[in-house]
Design a protein around this ligand. Structure first.
Ligand SMILES: Cc1cc2nc3c(=O)[nH]c(=O)nc-3n(C[C@H](O)[C@H](O)[C@H](O)COP(=O)(O)OP(=O)(O)OC[C@H]3O[C@@H](n4cnc5c(N)ncnc54)[C@H](O)[C@@H]3O)c2cc1C
Length: 439
């Protein structure tokens, strides 16, 4: 069973490339077609696994939803799984850059947890987890109630720092980062629509590690493509705190130096000093730029509940884990997955989904007294739109290295060229990932 689980995790990474599907960006109607559908082949929860226990999962995003589903699928019906999610619907960050260009909408990117309950028997609680008592093995909720657990999985995603000159509230009211899909994404689109032709969009990128390494570059490309049509003469200035393009350097170099050379200025080593909100001027170690539309992607860190619960022990920002089980290296009995952890793997939805499966496997082994899988694998796949009709892609497979006790990149592949076919394949990859997570 361990081998088939490992193959399952890897298989998803490579599933998208090469097959055609309707693009989620082609129109809003097509965006709906990229939604997960209930597959006739959906597996059912087994009954006689011999596994029992109580697991509480905090966070119903890419990592948390996947782990809840696979705990039931692999652990069986005596494994009591409760998912705590504060929002009634999850809005996918993946594909959300398409909202900025009007190629999709936030509502087309929303996913509910109803199938998790009806098909897999997960108890879904809409509440904010407010505290963890790891001694009593108890999670307190905003509803005033609490949940006890044998094992807890924490998958809270991120929280965002203020940057010098701006408060966290400014992201909602003046300068959206839109690095968490939601109202800020629509707000940024509204600002782009209202910008004068010939205006300047300025984006800042925080030092790595940050959520979705190619994401900011992808966003810049899509905005550039949209500006060419809708706001001629406008520019996009990318102020990157990192020394180089952090993902898909071949594709994005091509994009910045050829395809969008007339619009995009890419500035590496541009460490943010401060922002003057009155003049919308961004001061960095490399360049000072005045913006018409300002998109500051701030440094981020593990979601608040992780820090509150003593789980953050990597660089003061991330939760450290044993990647054989994703059990916290700070607090026993608690597993942490997704963007909140500090590991060698990128912070991506695809990786969070893969980590969730390793964790579900590990917890079922722990409950049944079996040893952990000593050679887990995870995978990552990313499609990056370069224009509104072409894309590139990147996949990677990570294997456990016993010497360093880390996940090491063992296989990497990048699209040989930027094509319309890749753009179409993106829809199949996205639908596969979201179906595997939410359906
Ligand atoms: C613009 C953009 C594009 C991206 N594109 C891609 C891509 O192409 N491919 C890819 O793989 N990844 C992509 N990503 C990254 C991906 O979205 C994240 O890596 C992924 O969502 C991380 O999953 P997670 O489960 O850790 O966190 P999330 O998906 O953010 O989920 C966290 C959940 O926890 C809930 N929560 C937090 N705290 C509590 C609490 N105390 N109580 C209850 N609920 C709580 C939140 O409401 C949220 O639903 C992109 C990100 C962005 C911003």
């Amino acid at each position: 069973m361990a081998i088939s689980r490992r193959q399952f995790v890897q298989g998803l990474a490579l599933a998208g490339a090469g097959s055609l599907a309707a693009s989620p960006f082609a129109s809003n109607a097509l965006a709906d077609r990229s939604r997960p559908t209930s597959t006739p082949t959906a597996p059912s929860v087994p009954t006689k696994t011999g596994v029992s226990g109580r697991v509480v999962v905090i966070g119903g995003g890419m990592g948390g939803t996947s782990v809840a589903k696979y705990l039931r699928l692999w652990g069986g019906d005596k494994l009591n799984v409760t998912l705590v999610e504060r929002s009634p619907a999850y809005t996918s960050n993946i594909m959300s850059n398409g909202v900025l260009t009007g190629q999709t909408t936030l509502s087309a990117l929303q996913y509910r947890h109803a199938t998790l309950a009806s098909r897999y028997g997960v108890t879904v609680v809409n509440a904010q987890a407010q505290g963890i008592d790891s001694g009593a093995k108890k999670v307190t909720l905003s509803t005033g109630t609490s949940l006890t657990y044998d094992r807890l999985v924490v998958a809270p995603g991120l929280t965002f720092d203020a940057v010098p000159g701006l408060s966290v509230a400014d992201y909602d009211t003046r300068f959206p980062h839109a690095w968490q899909a939601g109202p800020q994404t629509d707000f940024l689109r509204t600002q782009l629509l209202g910008m004068r032709p010939g205006g300047t969009v300025v984006m800042t990128i925080p030092p790595a590690p940050y959520r979705c390494p190619p994401g900011p570059y992808e966003r810049a490309c899509l905005i550039a493509a949209w500006l060419k049509i809708n706001k001629p003469g406008s520019r996009v200035v990318i102020l990157d705190a990192n020394p180089k393009i952090m993902a898909e350097p071949i594709a994005f170099t091509e994009a910045f130096t050829r395809i969008h050379a007339d619009v995009i200025t890419y500035v590496p080593n541009a460490v943010l000093d401060h922002i003057d909100p009155a003049t919308k001027t961004v001061y960095t170690s490399a360049l000072t730029v005045k913006a018409d539309v300002l998109n500051p992607i701030p440094p981020h860190r593990a979601g608040t509940i992780a820090a509150q619960s003593g789980l953050v022990n990597v660089a003061g920002r991330w939760a450290g884990v044993d990647v054989l089980s994703y059990e916290s290296s700070a607090v026993p009995g608690i597993h942490v997955i997704g963007d909140a952890i500090g590991t060698t793997m990128p912070k991506s939805g695809h990786v969070a989904n893969a980590q969730a499966k390793v964790t579900a496997d590990a917890i079922t082994r722990i409950f049944s007294g079996r040893p952990l899988d000593s050679a887990p694998a995870t995978s990552s796949a990313c499609y990056s739109p370069i224009t509104m009709s072409t894309a590139s892609w990147l996949t990677g497979v990570y294997h456990y290295d016993p010497a360093t006790k880390t996940m090491q990149l063992s296989k990497i592949a990048e699209a040989p060229s930027i094509t319309a076919g890749n753009y179409q394949d993106m829809a199949k990859w996205f639908r596969g990932l979201m179906t595997d997570t939410f359906a």
